[in-house]
Ligand binder design. Sequence first.
Ligand code: ZN
Length: 327
Amino acid sequence: MTNSLKEMPKIELHCHLDGSMRLEVVRKLFREMGQEYTHNQLKERLCAPWNCESLAEYLQCFDLPIQCLQTYHGLEKAAFDLAAQAAEENVKYLEVRFAPSFSTGQGLSIRQVLEAVQKGLERAYKQFGIYTGIIVCGMRNLEMDVNLAMLKEARAFLGEGVVACDLAGDEKAFATSRFADFFAMARRYQIPFTIHAGECGSRSSIRDAIEFGAKRIGHGIAMAGDEDLKRICAGRRIGVELCPTSNLQTKAVTDFSTYPFKEFMDAAVPVSINTDNRTVSNTTCTKEWERLQEAGFFQPEYGRKVYEYSVHTSFASDDVKHQLLKT
Ligand SMILES: [Zn+2]
């Protein structure tokens, strides 16, 4: 069965670039900068423990990889490598997200940052045939001006690599409701968006996200047990991006037996199954499916159903969606 889950065509809609760099790639990039790390040192710093204290602790694992994403070369290589990892396990379409504003520390402009990532993804498409799209993340802990300036630059890439925007970071410390200006700008620029919401307990965060016009919800675990929210998402075809391993690590769920995958499927909520962070959560899309299977949630028809939900709720062009549905 393991093999067939690996071979099963998959779509990944929620995957962070900085949290998904292979340790070997991080090591090489640091070496090029004159810094040596052993595999174990990197593992310790980049991979979150099973028992994270909180989402905030989980987010600390991003500090080191972000240092590798300050050059054109580093960004290009990381993007290429991530798409290669996905292609290896038969992911047909991948939406890669990251915060361009975190890569400007050594003088790159937002434009150059996006060009580099786009270039890496294009190289992967040529080599592996994997379709991709970039989601630019505004960050909850950054000044609004910085987030707005990033969005303004990203607008030029819409349809040219960039497919959407997102809001990421510590949801508890910085409530979704504070970001009305960010999403007003996104709507004005006609940049569709997903929002990390309801990851760790807050239903009001999900309501705010829907109110702002989110086409998808990142995690959305807090929706479990809320018939009204599930009905809204099913009715409006608002995608819910589930990331099982990450959701356990950040304590979005305490126990996998209560994971709401089947509950959402039964309510016709269009869910997708994602890694969130391949390295930080030490996972792959295949492993996420295996986890569902081990927990007894898997039914053979779910693979195709989730694939179709994922295509329909993706930010891909109609043309790409059409190609993906032929698979
Ligand atoms: Zn995420």
